[in-house]
Design a protein around this ligand. Structure first.
Ligand code: GAR
Length: 212
């Protein structure tokens, strides 16, 4: 299911009881915060029940403190394999009884341990118009390729990195003189818009909510 640009008008999505979201982050956590704000503003009938970061220094952890969202550190260096880390993620998210899990800047490759625990319920946000520029350096690759149009994609997660059914995309132009930082900033603005919408769409696909 792909939703084309322009995005449809924003409307509240009502679920009873509110959807419980788990979020995974490795970085600054601006997408995590955008999700929390979408929940608290009523745009999304959901709550972020648990944030998990894989690095104690992740900015997302500081944001969780400020926003008063429960958070855990599962440091990937403490696990012998990717599968072991993912099993720990699943244990934590199950304990928190989350309905959907969002990878909001999670910079680790995930395995079937996580994907199979949350079938059609695991969402990733990626800073390119997939299937172009998969991987960890998407914005730099887009600049190096000289594309004039780029964007971001929210999609359901499959085993191959940055693949899976597309939920929402937003496109934006690459401007003359754009740096990785300037382009990243504009992409982030779009990510913050589409990620709550992608959560709504994933929930609707699963029949977890009705449009209000
Ligand atoms: C976002 O741009 C997200 O698309 C990207 O990490 C950034 C996290 O920003 N994810 C990937 O590149 C995954 N392949 P944030 O920490 O400010 O939310």
């Amino acid at each position: 299911m792909a939703v084309q640009w322009p995005l449809p008008p924003e409307h509240p999505i009502v679920t009873k009881p509110p959807l419980r979201l788990g979020v995974m982050a490795s970085g600054s956590g601006s997408n995590f915060e955008a999700l929390v704000q979408a929940c608290r503003s009523g745009q999304l009938s959901a709550e972020v029940s648990l944030l998990i970061v894989n690095k104690p220094e992740a900015g997302a952890l500081r944001r969780a403190e400020v926003l008063d969202v429960p958070a855990q550190v599962l440091d990937h260096r403490n696990y012998p394999s990717r599968e072991a880390l993912d099993r720990a993620l699943v244990t934590s998210f199950r304990a928190a009884q989350v309905d959907l899990v969002v990878m909001a800047g999670w910079m680790r490759i995930v395995t079937q341990e996580l994907i199979e625990a949350y079938p059609e319920r695991l969402i990733n946000i990626h800073p390119s118009l997939l299937p172009s520029f998969r991987g960890a350096k998407a914005i730099r690759q887009a600049l190096e390729a000289g594309v004039t149009l780029t964007g971001c994609t929210a999609h359901l997660v499959e085993l191959e990195v940055d693949t899976g059914p597309i939920l929402v995309q937003a496109a934006l132009p690459v401007l003359d003189g754009d740096s990785e930082a300037s382009l990243s900033e504009r992409i982030h603005q779009q990510e913050h818009r589409i990620l709550p919408l992608a959560v709504s769409l994933a929930a609707q696909r699963l029949g977890l909510c009705a449009q209000g």
